[in-house]
Design a protein around this ligand. Sequence first.
Ligand code: N01
Length: 511
Amino acid sequence: MTGIRDGVMSVLGKRQDLRFVVIGAGMAGILAGIKLLQAGYRNVMLYEKADRIGGTWRENTYPGLTCDVPSHSYTYSFEPNPDWTRYLPPGAEIQAYFERTTRKYGVDKIIRFNEEIIRCEYQQRQWHLETRSGIRDVADVVVAATGVLHVPRYPAIDGMESFSGDLFHTARWDHSVPLDGRRIGVIGTGSTGVQIVSALSERMQKLVHFQRTPQWIMPVENPFFSEEQKQAFRNDPELLKYMQNEPEYLANVERFNNAIVEPDSPAMHEIEAIVRDNLENSVDDPVLREKLRPNYRAACKRLIYSPDFYQAVQRPAVEVETGAIDRIEPKGVRMKDGTLHELDIIALATGFQADQFMRPMNVTGRGGVQLNDVWAARPRAYMAISIPEFPNLFMLNGPNGPVGNFSLIDIAEHQWHYIEQLIALIDSGKYGEVSASKEALEVFDSERIAAAKRTIFGSGCQSWYLDAEGVPATWPWSQQRFYEAMSQPDYTAYQLVALAEATADSAVSDT
Ligand code: N01
């Protein structure tokens, strides 16, 4: 189908009047804004529900917040940063990096803050959008960059409202609440809970870590970059480029990805041996060690990288509570065995509803099709990017894309490379509507599901990677296959409606 591509490339730029709306000003939305401006489009608007950019890095500010991807790899490929202070970037530095980059590329001038899109409806060949405050907009192309983990999941524990201290979800950390020398309970042992416990274990008078399921912990070092090193990065762009694409890190990511899709590979057995040794060698007390030992395979849940979690849980002020929670009472957390943990603060590190994506936005596609109906069983999209009957709407970090211990920035950049080729079809003036065909999605999704069940994520544990039917909601093939898939769309998988035809149809529906 290169004919389609060649044909449209020759007339590129014909429709520079195209109106783009990008939903969300987190990492992916900012990327879309930068790329659209760089491509020469001037009619671009980003809508952001909050009062600042940053997405997950704006919302999460809990103590210890750190990205587990090395700093220099957690950057846009076109915007290296010589000033990272540590091997693993602290959340506040990532937020500052995105704010700086947004300004540098002029994206800050095209964002409307405090405007949550609540309705997005396809009518007469365009998307009609409405924000919560009542602003209306019309776009030719919508890029949904709404993020994956943005709706906090609150646990169903009785009595939460009765607690007399401070209780909040970790993505809503209340910084007005003093911490030092007080008693805190942290419920949850995902990446978030582990980072918080590690950060607070020496500050609290008492810290109870409520662990429903233990986690495998991958050891990692997190050294500071010296002033000399940062100066060298500033002086030498080649060195900085090297750091961004550090061969050892890239090889590790590739090995890790291959291990995920081949759970019985030597690479996966190697990962298992490392985390097992970490547990055996780091935790002295045999009773605590057994409490911390998972009964499922490493990397089945998202693998946790931590330099100091095992040290933290062995500090005198820390207690790992593995019993079942009965309820929350005014004074603290009551266990099923009757024990009461008296606390001043309870932090709910209980994760996110990972299947929401654009929702709760009300999205209506061609012919009145409702996204909520299409996604009733599970969110699906061809290549994680396009949904049949939702033309000219493309997703960054959409459902069933790659998730794991690697940079989502890299994923979003590859996805953008793919999306811009779809936009070129619309921009050419030849095609009025571009969306994946139903047949292509069916084939893609059935192959994806079959492969996903064979990944390590499907090896028998509970995690946010699993969809409502227990199938890993991820890209289940190699990283290489993802890069190849994103290099150029297979246009035969798309329903392409000629502009003339789409316009005629909309004229009919107008009458
Ligand atoms: O959430 P999670 P998270 N009673 O869903 C427990 C990214 N991230 O916020 O395992 C008791 O992983 C639940 O227990 P169980 C990263 O992608 C990245 O920690 O279901 N416990 C689990 O322990 C990560 O994977 C970084 O039995 C309850 C925990 O809450 C994703 O965010 C840093 C419970 C939830 O774990 C989500 O991580 C931080 C209940 N009723 C986050 N309900 C980086 O470093 C739930 N739990 C890049």
